[in-house]
Design a protein around this ligand. Sequence first.
Ligand code: GSH
Length: 203
Amino acid sequence: MIDLYLWRTPNGYKPLIFVEEANVDYRLHPVDIGKNEQFQPAFLDISPNNKIPALVDNHISIFESGAILLYLAKKTKQFMPSDTVEHYNVLQWLMWQIGGLGPMMGQNGHFANAAPEPIPYALERFHKETHRLLGVLEKQLQKTEFVAGDYSIADMAIFPWLKAGSGNYLNIDLSVYPATEKWMNRIAKRPAVIKAYSIGAEL
Ligand SMILES: N[C@@H](CCC(=O)N[C@@H](CS)C(=O)NCC(=O)O)C(=O)O
């Protein structure tokens, strides 16, 4: 049985989508980051960087959503191809999300929604970088149905950020990115994704 520690944020939805897609047995442990529960000592033992998500499976505990998705993919042999070329294709898009889209959109959201005062340079910098990255994704999705070949952990990592970004968080107009918008609609209809978001909403 897998124990999942998360909250209803883009990074939290990634493993939740995976376990629902792969029908993995899991127990959910909500960590309300709005109440600073990520700083509780018991959670820091699992996730020393005080961030969700985290996973515990018997003797192994893992933090960082990319590492968690890779672990789940390896354990279930799903959503990550074994062929070298396809494997690294998925991996590069997963890394692109973890190292690029996530942090840039996160900073964009911070300066747009949470900064104590507007800082025009920061706002412009992270807004521009978010849209540069969305342009990169759009080009890729003009060529492929899913981000990296078949539906994979790369899609599971990117989708929740686009869902949040096109909602209240950043109000990104997806019609400017038509291939991305179609991909979003395709993924949003998946039963496991619908279920993950309904579980998240109930936390
Ligand atoms: N690189 C990390 C980022 C995780 C992350 O930023 N989690 C946020 C929620 S989406 C969090 O737990 N924030 C709480 C905090 O920073 O104290 C990952 O991909 O897992």
